[in-house]
Design a protein around this ligand. Structure first.
Ligand code: PLP
Length: 449
């Protein structure tokens, strides 16, 4: 078998020899047991160095195409049928799955995020930590970050939790998965209806039993939890998504009482609680729980950006012990570098400063959004003073309002999208999410109206 090599090719010579012999073995041109030329002979024939042929033969031996017999030489060692390489098929999506190209949505507060500070902190983390950055952090998260979060929660949310009881993970959706493993798939989870649509998917994919629990004006109904034999209530009392309901103290007490009267838990999802537009932050249920029935969970997806993928949960001593025993083997899913940077961002005061700036900006954007929507006529806003969205009742023909909002980066979606299938929801109710709104576009829109 005469072999030729392409010396001008970018492919190394040893790889070309390896591929030619491999293809001969696969196609049967070099049948099993057939002797190959000696390394020296082949090197001479191809005018290459001995080491080049040695490298090719070692690769062929390692992959099982060739075997070496002591003091005898090299033999083809595979008698496979000729294998035709499958031709790559272009990936075709059915028409129904082809999406119109969407402009990338802008994360809340992206334009006021202090990038220069973040860059400086990253540089100082690299220079100060050096090779220590390459060492794994504790499986619960880097201690510095857990300490910084503990301090922040004390200052901003009014409760103390030791850093050891804080578990860091890449996004709350990741932590929900851990919680199901921690608390058990055999438990019944109660989720808000309407609510965050990913939750039902996550519980279903984990084969965990869950019940949709209806809300009233105070949030999740405690009587329904009892009626549907729920073990774990997953709620967002500071700011319910998507209705914006803030759970009043009476309902908080009722749900805490429900949890305390059995082997039950509450998962308190504090998403978006930071952006309450006025007044004091609503206290957490976790902070008033003496019997260790509440798990607190929050994320930096809204306060910094969804792309940072850093979230955390606070566990009671008992659950923390259980986590260490059963799940403590999982390595922390957030890279150490980002954890150390965020730790400094929080402990040096930049995080709270950023939230305060963002809050002022969102207040302005919210007012402009409300004015824009109200100026469109027969519209009623249900104001809930929390989070980066509100609900509105729109007239029948509201396509123009929705398009105008989209031009300004405001998403308007039917509220029915957030209800479980079959649940009754008025068609005229819509969710207005102004987190990605661009102030200048809003002002321009007023000019156009
Ligand atoms: C109630 C709720 N929790 C959490 C999240 C964010 O989750 P993550 O931390 O995985 O970005 C969202 C995002 O929309 C949400 O609506």
């Amino acid at each position: 078998m005469a072999r030729t090599l392409e010396r001008s090719s970018e492919k190394p010579l040893y790889e070309q020899i390896y591929e030619q012999i491999r293809d001969d073995v696969l196609s049967g041109r070099l049948p099993e047991g057939k002797k190959l030329p000696s390394k020296r002979a082949l090197a001479e024939q191809l005018q290459v160095s001995l080491i080049t042929v040695e490298n090719a033969y070692s690769q062929l031996i390692a992959e099982g195409y060739v075997r070496a017999a002591q003091r005898s030489g090299y033999y083809a060692a595979y008698s496979g049928e000729a294998v035709e390489k499958p031709k790559a098929k272009p990936l075709r999506l059915p028409d129904s799955e082809k999406k119109e190209e969407q402009p990338p949505s802008r994360p809340a507060g992206a334009d006021i995020f202090p990038f220069s500070v973040w860059t400086r902190l990253m540089r100082s983390v690299i220079s100060e930590k050096g090779t220590r950055l390459l060492q794994p952090v504790d499986n619960g998260g880097a201690y510095e970050l857990r300490e910084a979060i503990s301090g922040y929660l004390y200052r901003a949310r009014g409760f103390y939790t030791p850093p050891e009881n804080i578990i860091v993970g890449s996004g709350t959706e990741y932590l929900y998965n851990l919680l199901i493993q921690l608390l058990g798939r055999d438990k019944v989870y109660g989720i808000e209806n309407p609510g965050f649509p990913k939750l039902a998917k996550i519980y279903a994919l984990n084969n965990a039993r869950f019940e949709y629990i209806p809300l009233d004006n105070s949030g999740m109904r405690a009587d329904e939890l009892e009626k549907r034999r729920v073990d774990i209530a997953h709620i967002s009392p500071a700011h319910h998504f998507p209705t914006g309901i803030v759970m009043p103290i009476s309902r908080r007490r009722e749900i805490l009482g429900w949890a305390e009267s059995g082997d039950r838990y509450i998962i308190e999802d504090d998403y978006d609680s930071e952006f309450r537009r006025s007044g004091k932050p609503v206290p957490t249920i976790f902070g008033s729980d003496d019997l260790e029935r509440v798990i607190y969970i929050n994320t930096f997806s809204q306060t910094i950006a969804p792309s940072v993928r850093i979230s955390y949960m606070c566990l009671s001593d008992e659950l923390c012990g259980l986590w260490r025993k059963n799940l403590g083997f999982y390595a922390c899913s957030v890279p150490a570098f980002e954890q150390y940077t965020l730790a400094r961002f929080i402990s040096e005061g930049y995080f709270e400063r950023h939230i305060n700036r963002a809050k002022k900006r969102f207040k302005r954007v919210c007012e402009l959004t409300e004015q824009l929507i109200l100026s469109c006529g027969n519209v009623k806003i249900s104001e809930e003073n929390a989070g980066l969205h509100f609900t509105v009742r729109l007239p029948e023909n509201s396509a123009e309002i929705i398009a105008k909002c989209a031009e300004c980066g405001i998403k308007v979606t039917p509220l029915s999208d957030y209800y479980a299938e079959g649940a009754a929801c008025e068609d005229s109710l819509f969710l207005v999410n102004y987190a990605g709104a661009v102030e200048e576009n809003l002002l321009k829109a007023f000019g156009k109206l």
